[in-house]
Design a protein around this ligand. Structure first.
Ligand SMILES: NC(=O)c1ccc[n+]([C@@H]2O[C@H](COP(=O)([O-])OP(=O)(O)OC[C@H]3O[C@@H](n4cnc5c(N)ncnc54)[C@H](OP(=O)(O)O)[C@@H]3O)[C@@H](O)[C@H]2O)c1
Length: 289
């Protein structure tokens, strides 16, 4: 059995990875997080190096991140530590023992002004602290490890905090919700992302990949799909980003257009994601996990 270190195992993706790999006896997962039984803080290079040298995994799957996009606008140093220094430390450690590193990044590395689905070859230009620090994390991974697979995903939901759960919670107390309708992207289930990682892991197909569900939508239409699946008649009031920002001045700037094209996955015939409608329907069938 190959040992795989999973960081951030308590997060949405960490949990999905555990479910996805549960029946694959080729791998033994070593689950770590800041508050798990096995504690590993990815921001601490000495801790990361000694843990990895001691356990000698064949691969590290980095599911750890600071994902609270608005909060980190005022906490750029912590964001840089977790989203950039963390993957740097994992890359240094993976390279030290010649392990593979699977790292997850985001559509927020793009400025959001495109008029076509973005490939891995399109220019980046983050507009938020989160986008900037995740981009720095990608660069560190490329700089310090050679056997890496970076997967940029978007609008992720799974077993944890996410937009779908927030909408369902708010609908318990509101008949109408205001949601932006001019930001376009693709909701992606952690389950689909975990399947993609499972497909890439045993291969030597390294590099940067876009990995989102197929199709695209906007946040308001996504909320409507969620209420349809939940059989709720909550009304979604569509607003522009400008209108939303005026009412919520604390919110971080987000890319208006962040539809990703899974170009490298397609060119390398690696994994085909489900359509986002099918993935969110599966999420409801799975009891929002
Ligand atoms: N969520 C999205 O919409 C989205 C979109 C695009 C890309 N992504 C990327 O997808 C990946 C998975 O995201 P997710 O939604 O599964 O994240 P998540 O649910 O927020 O989970 C992240 C996990 O990392 C842990 N963590 C935080 N700081 C850590 C540290 N210093 N050392 C070790 N673990 C630490 C967190 O613990 P605490 O909760 O205790 O802090 C949490 O358990 C991330 O790389 C994220 O940037 C997410």
């Amino acid at each position: 059995m190959e040992k795989i270190v999973v960081t951030g195992c308590n997060g949405q993706l960490g949990r999905a990875i555990n479910r996805e790999f549960a029946s694959d006896d080729r791998y033994e997962l070593i689950n770590t997080d800041v508050t798990a039984d096995i504690k590993l803080d990815i921001t601490d290079v000495r801790q990361v190096l000694s843990f990895v040298r001691e356990n000698k995994p064949a691969a590290i799957i980095n599911c750890a991140a600071y994902t609270a996009v608005d909060k980190q606008e005022k906490d750029a140093d912590l964001s840089m530590k977790i989203n950039a220094i963390g993957p740097r430390n994992l890359a240094i450690a993976a390279s030290d023992i010649k392990a593979k590193l699977i790292h997850v990044s985001t559509d927020y590395v793009f400025p959001g002004i495109s008029d076509h689905p973005l490939t891995e070859f399109d220019p980046v230009g983050p507009v938020s602290v989160y986008g900037k620090t995740k981009l720095a994390g990608e660069e560190f991974v490329k700089q310090f490890s050679s056997r890496f697979q970076i997967i940029r995903t978007a609008w992720l939901y799974g077993d944890g905090h996410n937009f779908a759960k927030t909408m369902l919670k708010l609908s318990e107390t509101h008949d109408e919700l205001t949601v932006v309708s001019d930001q376009r992207g693709t909701p992606t289930s952690a389950k689909e992302l975990a399947r993609c990682i499972h497909a890439l892991l045993p291969t030597d197909n390294y590099g940067l990949f876009h990995g989102t569900c197929e199709g695209d939508t906007n946040w308001a239409a996504f909320a409507e799909e969620i209420f349809t699946l939940a059989k709720k008649d909550t009304v979604v009031k569509h607003v522009t980003t400008e209108e939303y920002a005026a009412a919520n001045p604390q919110s971080a700037k987000r890319p208006g257009y962040s539809i990703l094209d899974n170009y490298m996955l397609r060119l390398t015939d690696s994994y085909r994601f489900a359509d986002w409608h099918d993935a969110i329907a599966e999420y409801f069938r799975d009891g929002l996990k």
